[in-house]
Structures are given as C-alpha cells and as structure tokens.
Design a protein around this ligand. Structure first.
Ligand SMILES: [Zn+2]
Length: 672
C-alpha cells in the first residue's frame, strides 16, 4: 500500500489520529476552601508570597557569587585600611520640625516650581506624606499604584523648606539614573551615588548640597565611602527624610541581597527622629513585617494603603501551546507583514538569560526578514554595562526601540511612556507582586490602557508540577493566578491585600471574564482532512553519514529554491535567510521524528513558514525515500466478518490476536 495514499478513509491515519487524541477530561480544580489564602503567621513555612531561593547575580555577563564584604557595613574605620574621617560640614543647625501646609499651599508651591501642570492637583497621599516629613512626625509606609507620583514625596518637602536633603535608597542602577534625570522642579538638584559615580567630588556634593535628592543603592549605602557621610552629625542633621523606594524588595531580596537586610543598622546610626518613608505599589502584610525587621521602620508607622488597582490595566493568562524556544506563542508581538510604524510598544520579560538571548535572536531575525529595522528590537539585562543599559532605556523611552526584551532590569519605577503590552514569558519562580509590578510598566500616561500577559509553561499549568496545595518553592499566589479559572484581577487584588474598590462594569479585567481579549494565534493550524503529509510514516533512524547526506541534499534544495523563487524578488537575502544552517542540521538529525509538516516546527525557526513548509517537507520526504529511510508500508489485514460470534474475553493489549479471533468490523494493523 502506498504510504502517501490520500484517500479520506486511510485506515493508517485514522488509527494514528485516534491514538494521538488527548483524552477529554474535566480539569480537576482545587476546592474553593483550599484556594482561600489565610493571612499566614509570619514564621510559618511555605506561606503565601514566600521568598524564593537564591538567584544568579551577574556582572558584565559573568555570574558572581555573593561575597562577604571586606569591611564592616556602615563602619568608618575598618581593620587594615587607612583611617577615614567623617565629613565635617560647617552647615547651619539641623533641620527642625515645621508646621504642615494646607492643600492649597502645597498645590501653589508645586505649580510654581513646575513639578505639576498648572491645571493639575496634588494627590492626597503626596500632601499627607510631605506634611509628615515637614513635621518630622514618625515613619510611614505608602502603598500606591505604580505611576501615581510617589517620587514627588521626596521633592515636595525640600521645595517647602528650601533647604535640606532627601536620601532615596533605590534598588537598581537604572532606577537611580532615571531618578537623576527626571524633572525635579525649580531649585532641586539630584545626585546618584553608585559604583561608577563615587568620586571625592561626588561625595563632597552629597555632603554640602542643599535642596538635593541623593539616590543611593543599598550596597553603596553600607560602603566605607558612604560611611564618611553617615558618621557626620551635621550631614545627618540636614536629612529631611530617608526614603526606601520599591520597599517590597526588602522582603523579596533580603535572603540573597544582604544589603537590604542591613538597612536597620543605618537607621540606628541616623536615629528615629529623621522620618523613614517606605514606598511600594505592592506590600502585603508579610512584606510589611520585613520592613520592621530589616529596614528599621518604626513600629508606630503610618500606613497609607491605596492598593495597586489600576483600571487601565487588563490581564491575559494563556498556557504555552508551542515549544518554549520556538517563541511562536508570542509571535503576535511581531505579526508577519507588519511595518515598523505599526509595532505595538511592548516589554517582554524572561528571567532566564539564555532564553532571553534566544528570544532576542528570534525576534531580531524575524524583524529582519520583514524589513523592519533591527533597532526596533532591543535586549536589556544585568550582564550589560551600566552605560549600555542606559542607552537601551533611552532608545525605548524615545520610541526608537519598539520591543524591549528584558529581565528584572526593567524594574518597577522606571517610566516608559506608551507601553501597551507587558508580556511575561514563563512564570516559574516569579511571585505575584513581581508580576503586578511588571505589568505596571504599561499605561503610564493619562488615558492610556495596557495589558499584562503571562504565558504559562507546562510545569506551572494545572496538572503540572505544582498546585496551590503543593506549591514547592513557588509562590502559591502565582500558582493560583495561573491555574484558577476565577477572574485574574480578583485573585491579584486579594493576594496583594488591596483595599476594595468599586468595580466599573465597563472595565476589561481579564481574558477569563472576556475571552475575546486573547491575541490571535498566528500559527493556529487545523487539519480538517488528513492529507498526504500526515500519512508519511515514521522513518528509520539515520546514521551520521546519512544525516550529513540529508543535510547536504537539503542545503542544495534550499539553494535551488532560493535561486528559482526568491533571488529575483529579494536579491539582498541569501538562501540562509530562508532556512538557517542550524535548522537544516536539526531537520537532518530528526528525520525519524518528522511525520508531518507540523512536526518540523519543533526543530526549526522558519520565518516564512507558510511559503516554505510544504516544499521543504516534500523535499525532506523525497530525500528519505531516496536514501531508503522510510520503513516498509504497514501490512493491513482485514478479517472476514463472522456472524453471531460469542463475545471474546479481554486480553492484554500486548498479546497478538489471530485474524480468525476478530469480531465483526475489527481489523489488525501490523507495523512490522
Ligand atoms: Zn476578570
């Protein structure tokens, strides 16, 4: 029998299809009671939003292991090093408490200094925190949506006092640089002290500045150089307040970023009279407890919790359908045939550097094949130099880069205008507050909307390696978010301890409530009538010599195809842009696993799939036949129907049955 027989009742295909069919199952869903996350006791193991294991630290592309510092944190004099002196600044007396301003006074001040537009108003929390700082009346924790203007809280008190300094502890270099460049209002200057900007002049500026915002990362804060400032009583006296930006990181990173677990030592030196203001968009109860322990936040702090509900953000959660390294699940970010001007500004997060790099090359070649300038795609991660990261972010901010692929380097707090999509590619090891922070990069300007998407890999899907009851080291909140069929927004709000808000019926919350929000799957492929392609039987495994021969023949075919059909149309593209060498090698190595056109997807990254897949498959099929790699056609035995035969006893499926034992309509298909 011809294995490529295309008759609609090809028994071989029927059997294969039935064998491959996924059994229909009702997905088992954990009982509602099990999904309700109780506020966990602080020390209970495996509590929701628990910190996870150590993450890789990279510097200039190399992994770094955390080192015990060679100095005593926050200490001026260390054994074996030259004695250092604290700055002796001939400043006037330390800052004193001054009376609060009323909202009208604050608004006038903010408009006059140019920090808000003439027709805008300050928000309640900005005024509340600024007054608390002016009066030096204790500490505060502000939980407020990303992009709601938390940074004004370290500028406004300086504008009101016309003197003093705000010290902002910032987690990332990028965030410090971003803060240093942003609009600060008349008379305010800023300085970011970090590894590449820590000269004597910088410290002198930090020591003597007035109306100055000093940004510093926690590592620099505890260094001996910074100790010269910290141990100067006159400098401490000039501090208007200490701000811990992205304060959720104290909880999330204290296990692998010890600088965050030692801020309390700094607080001890500065004293409790200088207000400490912690700011975050997501700070559930457990996180708040860590601020008391590790950052030295006063027990009687004022909590201002506006939650992080942003109705301009929607959520889409989708399981991955394709191989992770094929990136076909996110092909919609670069739709075939699109032009540069039509690309939607998108951030794609992937936390595995290797995967991120692969994704970059996939997007890069896909863009190139469509004639989109390659500057439209860029990648950012901690392995790049600070300067490189800076350029990267400027290009994205200015709209030169349309699609930015990155790791946690595209951190919370960085403001990019116009981002419409934030895609999380794989979610293992990610915690729900992180996702919430990440999707918060979208819709940062008034009137914009954006969508946060998670593509869930098989191990995190329902029925995968984890469940809410058995989360392992994963965040149960994240597991519930990706595995439940409940409204995604409701799950996020519940886990983040956000205050209740009135739901607007027109709000597009998630794809579970409105499935029409899902992006089109560009590669959706439905076989209605099995054609010759799926009748191609499994080939025998080839030898190395055969694989090389297949590769050569495929390369020759590819060249021929290019000459005949492509060369005249796209003279600037060579045959290797059609199908890369590595794709051809993969195909040659896996001929025994390629039974139909779709099977080739697993081994290739062909951009012009629609045009090339059929001729390529036919060529591969021809080569296999030529090399006798196809198995002999299966023997099909159709038994004579027997009438009124008594029912047969069930046998083990491995046992061979004789034709005469078959019931009416049964047949034997024997793959020799
Ligand atoms: Zn919903």
């Amino acid at each position: 029998m011809d294995p490529t027989d295309s008759s609609p009742i090809n028994p071989l295909t029927q059997i294969q299809r039935r064998y491959n069919a996924t059994p229909v199952q009702t997905p088992t869903r954990p009982a509602r009671a099990a999904l309700t996350i109780q506020p966990a006791p602080i020390d209970s193991p495996g509590n929701p939003l628990a910190p996870i294991k150590h993450r890789k630290q990279l510097r200039n592309g190399y992994e770094q292991s955390p080192k015990t510092p060679s100095y005593r944190p926050y200490s001026l004099n260390n054994p074996g090093t030259p004695r250092q002196k604290a700055f002796n600044i001939s400043n006037p007396a330390g800052l004193q408490s001054i009376p609060a301003l009323d909202p009208e006074q604050w608004n006038n001040l903010a408009v006059k200094s140019g920090v808000i537009a003439a027709d805008a108003q300050l928000r309640g929390f900005q005024i509340q925190i600024s007054n608390l700082v002016l009066m030096r009346r204790g500490d505060a924790l502000l939980i407020s949506p990303t992009g709601s203007g938390k940074s004004l809280t370290w500028i406004l008190p300086l504008l009101a006092r016309k003197e003093g300094m705000s010290l902002v502890v910032t987690p990332y270099t990028s965030l410090g640089l971003d803060g240093e460049l942003s609009n600060k209002g008349d008379g305010i200057s800023s300085l970011f002290v970090y590894s590449e900007q820590n000269s004597q002049q910088d410290f002198e500026k930090a020591a003597t500045g007035e109306m100055l915002v000093i940004y510093v990362c926690p590592e620099m804060l505890k260094s001996p150089s910074f100790a010269c400032l910290i141990h100067s009583a006159s400098w401490r006296g000039r501090l208007s307040a200490i701000y811990i930006d992205e304060a959720h990181l104290v909880h999330q990173t204290h296990t692998w970023r010890p600088s965050y677990s030692r801020i309390y030592q700094f607080r001890k030196i500065v004293g409790l009279d200088t207000p400490l203001i912690a700011l975050s968009a997501t700070c559930p109860e457990l996180y708040r407890h860590s601020l008391l322990t590790f950052a030295g936040l006063r027990m009687d702090y004022t909590l201002i919790n506006h939650g992080n509900f942003r109705p301009e953000l929607s959520t889409i959660i989708l399981p991955m359908l394709y191989d992770i390294t094929s990136f076909l699940d996110i092909a919609f970010i670069l739709p075939l045939g699109t032009r540069e001007a039509d690309l939607v500004p998108t951030i794609v997060y992937a936390d595995d550097l290797e995967l991120l790099t692969k994704m970059f090359w996939w997007a890069f070649s896909r863009a190139a094949s469509m004639g989109i300038p390659t500057h439209a795609i860029d990648i950012i991660h901690s392995g790049l130099s600070v300067r490189h990261q800076e350029l990267c972010m400027n290009d994205f901010r200015n709209g030169i880069t349309k699609i930015l692929l990155g790791s946690s380097k595209i951190s919370a707090g960085i403001n990019f205008p116009g981002v419409k999509r934030v895609v999380q590619y794989k979610c293992r090891d990610l915690r729900l507050p992180n996702f919430d922070q990440r999707r918060g990069r979208g819709a940062r300007r008034q009137g914009e909307t954006a969508v946060g998407m998670i593509f869930v890999e098989p191990s995190m899907k329902l029925g995968g390696d984890f469940s809410v009851e058995n989360p392992g080291e994963q965040d149960p909140g994240m597991i519930e978010l990706v595995q439940s069929d409940e409204c995604a927004e409701a799950i996020i709000q519940r886990h983040l301890d956000n205050p209740r808000h009135n739901r607007d019926p027109s709000y597009n919350c998630c794809n579970r409530c409105d499935p029409s929000m899902q992006p089109g799957r560009e590669y959706e492929w439905v076989e209605e009538n099995p054609g010759p392609s799926s009748a191609f039987p499994t080939t025998n495994k080839s030898t190395t010599a055969q694989r090389e021969l297949i590769y050569d023949k495929l390369a020759a075919w590819c060249l021929q195809h290019w000459r005949s059909y492509r060369k005249a149309k796209w003279p600037s593209y060579g045959p290797k842009t059609l199908i890369s060498d590595s794709d051809l090698e993969e195909l040659a190595a896996h001929t025994n696993k390629i039974n139909c056109i779709e099977d080739m997807r697993r081994y290739t990254h062909i951009v012009h799939w629609k045009d090339l897949s059929t001729p390529l498959f036919e060529s591969l099929q021809g080569i296999c036949q030529e090399l006798n790699l196809l198995p002999p056609a299966p023997e099909i035995v159709i038994a004579e129907p027997t009438v009124n035969q008594p029912p047969q006893k069930r046998r083990k499926t491995t046992e061979k049955r004789k034709p005469e034992e078959l019931a009416q309509g049964e047949m034997i298909i024997d793959f020799q």
